[in-house]
Design a protein around this ligand. Sequence first.
Ligand code: ATP
Length: 235
Amino acid sequence: MLEISDLDVHYDGVHALRGLSLTLGADEIVTLLGNNGAGKTTTLSAISGLVRPSGGKVVFEDKDITGLAAHKITSQGLVHCPEGRRVFSTMSVHDNLLLGGYLVRDQAEVRKRIDRVYDLLPRLAERRAQQGGTLSGGEQQMLAIGRALVTGPRLLLLDEPSMGLAPLVVAQVMELIADINAAGTAVLLVEQNASAALKIAHRGYVLESGQGTLSGTADSLRSDPRVVEAYLGGA
Ligand code: ATP
């Protein structure tokens, strides 16, 4: 479903991605692991059109989408849920979800998708009139993911959904991601919390200084001494 080859990204003076290649199948959760500054966010932004690659190719469902405008990529079913939740704090939960449908013409379809989000996340349904900014951190993360779902993704890019959340809440967010995947959406999951990500991912890639250095099934990465040492706290 997604195939990235030899992707390069330069910012002013920074060579942030250096020939990254990866693939993702339509039924997969693939995780991208790496330390601060390794290039994980840049990878997602280069896929979703938020930054322009200086080299390489991004192919989504057999179409070359390299360098396309972000809104065109979104409307093809590839949706980026960025780091930091970005919930609109003075708008209600429901209005935040409605915003997810702004590129969708069919309003009946938007309503159906929002109902599906409420089925998946009853806590949001109970709080539909509450202002986004008054939700807990975990609820805000769920709302950000819910809003992305209303956009109608076949592939969802998630950037550090566990950031700043308590362990129990991280587990709930990971469970939500696994449920979304089981219902038919592919997921590319960027995480610093390698342990949580590898529990739900099918496969993963390790990124160091803008290059893919290791890849494999989640099980093989979890037991790889290099991954244990660098990303699983040596446990
Ligand atoms: P983190 O987990 O800290 O967000 P990351 O793996 O997502 O890290 P990126 O944010 O992709 O890493 O950054 C990769 C490199 O590119 C870093 O050296 C960073 O400083 C640099 N970089 C990122 N965005 C920009 C930008 N807009 N302008 C200049 N350099 C940037």
